[in-house]
Design a protein around this ligand. Structure first.
Ligand code: PMP
Length: 403
């Protein structure tokens, strides 16, 4: 009673899932067999629901670097960055990331979640400032706004004109204005028009933060993200990212050319009141960064796989959310369809992510396929044949079923 009443809805959802098939939220990787394979429910399964975009989880150099760090620096830092938790690995990774991005400075946080939370709540004053965020932004951006306590205004997804309108109508009382967007949005896999956002934000004297969690390492000629692809690396104010996707570790960062960003270290609670990432985590992220910045082959392979999968799924008539990219989402009309189609794919030896409202931007439920450069030709064949069978079994997932 009382405190737990709110869980009744979740319990009902869980029961509904169990009646249809397996519960997507309780999948266990019983044995990890490599970057794209694991045993799930005793069966060898192709993993296409990870964010291992550049296949770095089993890269030899990253594993060796982590082992060395474990041997020499131990299992954990046991403290926050401002106390005892800054080791030489943390500062080296900060300078390597800043160099890679061509930005003046970088601050490493314990997660990408903490980086966005810490940046927004650290920069934005509750009374004097205002935050404007794309409606489809990740939960950590929403939570950062809430933590800041400042007025938060949402603008229409990927719509710089709508942002322009909202900035024009702002109460002149506000001193600082922070606009937050993402490079690539992870649910649909669609990409932001970052260049236009930079122009609009700066026209109104606002600062722009771009979260490249999903696009770092993947977009742009050298993998710097959508900001690079749009030619605006020099003009974005704050660039945030994560180690949990293309760098296959855990942690996050903020990079900037504003010297004042350095003060976040002293003013941001999600930076100063949580333990720093372990030495092994930092070492593997740093090795992965070296790997992906020196070897364009990972990015090239990812795009080759993404193009092939997108073309196949299009050919099967599946309703896809966006152009080819590292995330390929199939839209389904109901939660029940999504549960059943997700279960069907798992039965066919393929693991993808299922997302349902309110976790999705619209009212749609979707199945999200995350492509990896490490997907072999055999993995891709298995994915293609599982999706072909799914398209056959679930007409509601096809574009033609609308006709
Ligand atoms: N930003 C976006 C857009 C994300 O999708 C995520 C996590 N999926 C994060 C930030 C948080 O990253 P992390 O896993 O490092 O906390």
């Amino acid at each position: 009673m009382g405190l737990f009443d709110k869980f009744e809805k979740n319990a009902a959802l869980y029961n509904q899932l169990s009646a249809i098939g397996k519960n997507p939220f309780t999948v266990v990787m019983e044995e990890v067999l490599g970057p794209t394979r694991a045993k799930i429910k005793g069966r060898e399964t192709v993993l296409a629901g990870t964010h291992n975009y550049l296949g770095q989880t089993f890269e030899r150099s990253a594993i060796e670097a982590a082992k060395q760090a474990l041997d020499h620096e131990g299992t954990g830092t046991t403290g926050s960055r401002v106390a005892n938790g800054t080791f030489s690995g943390h500062t080296k990774l900060e300078s390597d990331l800043a160099n890679f991005l061509g930005m003046d400075q970088c601050i490493v946080f314990s997660t990408g979640y903490a980086a966005n939370l810490g940046a927004i709540a650290g920069f934005v004053d509750r009374v004097q400032d205002v935050v404007l965020i794309d409606a489809d932004c990740h939960a950590c951006i929403y939570d950062g706004c809430q933590l800041s306590g400042a007025e938060t205004i949402r603008f229409r997804h990927n719509d710089p004109e709508n942002l322009d309108k909202r900035l024009s109508r702002l109460d002149p009382k506000y001193n600082g204005k922070l606009v937050c967007i993402e490079g690539m949005y992870s649910m649909y896999g669609d990409v932001a028009p970052v260049k236009e956002f930079v122009e609009v934000a700066h026209k109104h004297g606002a600062h722009l933060l771009v979260d490249e969690a999903h696009s770092f390492g993947v977009y742009g000629e050298t993998g710097k993200g959508v900001c690079e692809a749009d030619g605006v690396m020099d003009s974005v104010d704050f660039y945030t990212g994560t180690f949990s996707k293309s760098l296959a570790a855990i942690g996050g960062f903020l990079a900037s050319n504003h010297p004042e960003a350095e003060y976040l270290r002293f003013s941001s609670n999600p930076y100063r009141f949580t333990a720093s990432p372990s030495p092994a985590t930092i070492a593997s992220a740093n090795a992965a960064l070296a790997n992906i910045s020196e070897n364009p082959v990972f990015r090239e392979k990812l795009w080759e796989n993404a193009n092939r999968l997108h073309a196949a799924l299009t050919q099967f008539g599946l309703r896809l959310a966006a152009k080819p990219g590292p995330v390929i989402s199939v839209l389904l009309p109901t939660k029940e369809d999504a549960f059943a189609a997700w279960d069907f794919l798992l039965e066919h030896g393929v693991y993808v992510n299922m997302a349902i409202p309110p976790g999705t931007p619209g009212k749609e439920s979707l199945l999200r396929l995350a492509v990896s450069s490490a997907h072999s030709a055999d993995d891709i064949d298995r994915l293609v044949s599982a999706y072909e069978a799914m398209a056959e079994a679930f007409p509601s997932a096809r574009v033609t079923s609308d006709a």
